[in-house]
Design a protein around this ligand. Structure first.
Ligand code: FES
Ligand SMILES: [Fe+2]
Length: 325
């Protein structure tokens, strides 16, 4: 995992009020619950008493109580009461588990993977999706590291092959560019796939006015959007489970249908289309070896793979970054 990043790990609807949930994310077992105000909290899901899963426990006010002997935890992971010792007994400071700063924004639950303290940065999101859009969401687990799942969305070369019957119809197999632009940790890539009529592909610096082209964006470390049009977007979050599994949340966002009942129907149809396309990808991506990628891993990449190369470079750079000041 990249240090000092907000990772989208769950859909907001998966963390209800009044009941904890347990998940594996970022290769850790985590317990999440909402306090009395509805704010989510996230701590390690292994009780410091005798190792039970806290996610099987109960929400008591702002606290999470272990199902085994009732130790109650606050949001910082500290035990605040030990029932067997009596309500007024002090709790030694070593009675605690790891905690992770946690937020609920844009319909997703985010955890901070890194050093804690004051002044954590804002969560970077595609903010335009918060105004006027509605969405439908689907999710599924893929048996790959999240780098492979993300790279599949950065792959402009695969479209006429994997999606020959859907979004890749027309056999536009020749890849001009693509043009990649970074703003901080956000990549925008412009796609210019064309029919092969014997010409050589344009180099990225030969593609004129890339802004007129179709574009997609990756926001490190794990969200992506396809800017199909002003009123239609596909967004995905790739939540790392462990080195060999990723939970994909895929959303169809639209604002062309304003009538509330019709909105849901349109979003549902959008999901059906998204699932079909996703499963065309899944069939091939699940066969890729190794299951995770690195900057230097001996693959034979081509010019059209530029967004993937840029992603690997940025990831490597962020992994090597020194700790927060
Ligand atoms: S194992 Fe959690 S309170 Fe005993
Ligand atoms: Fe695809």
């Amino acid at each position: 995992m990249i240090n000092n990043q907000w990772y989208a790990i769950l859909s907001s609807r998966e963390v209800p009020r009044g009941r904890p949930v347990g998940v594996t994310r970022l290769s850790r077992r985590l317990a999440l619950w909402r306090d009395a105000t509805g704010a989510p909290h996230c701590i390690a899901d292994v009780c410091c008493h005798r190792g039970a899963s806290l996610a099987l426990g109960r929400v008591e006010g702002d606290h999470l109580a272990c199902p085994f002997h009732g130790f109650a935890y606050d949001a910082s992971g500290r035990v605040v009461s030990i029932p067997a010792n009596g309500a007024h007994a002090p709790v030694p400071p070593n009675f605690r588990v790891a905690s992770y700063p946690c937020r609920d924004e844009h319909g997703l639950i985010w955890v901070w993977n890194g050093e804690q303290g004051e002044g954590l940065p804002d969560i970077p999101f595609f903010d335009e999706l918060d105004s006027g859009f509605s969405y439908g969401e689907l999710s599924e687990v893929w048996d790959v590291h999240y780098t492979r799942a993300i790279e599949n969305q950065l792959d402009v070369v695969h479209v006429p092959f994997v999606h020959a019957t859907t979004i890749g119809r027309g056999g536009k197999s020749l890849v001009n560019g693509p043009v990649v632009r970074w703003e901080g940790t956000r990549m925008t890539y412009y796609v210019d796939n064309v029919a092969d009529e014997g010409q050589a592909p344009l180099r990225p610096d030969e593609v004129e006015n890339p802004e007129r082209l179709f574009s997609l964006q990756l926001q490190m470390p794990n969200i992506w959007q396809n800017r199909i049009s002003e009123k239609l977007r596909v967004m995905a979050a790739f939540a790392p489970i462990d080195d060999e599994h990723t939970m994909i949340y895929l959303r169809f966002y639209q604002k062309f249908m304003g009538i509330p009942v019709m909105r849901q129907a349109v979003n549902g149809l959008g999901n059906v289309a998204n699932r079909t396309i996703l499963h065309q990808d899944r069939r091939v991506v699940l066969t890729q070896l190794p299951k995770r990628t690195e900057l230097r891993m001996g693959e034979n990449l081509v010019q059209g793979d530029l967004p993937i190369i840029e992603f690997r470079r940025k990831r490597e750079e962020l992994m090597r970054k020194p700790a927060r000041p």
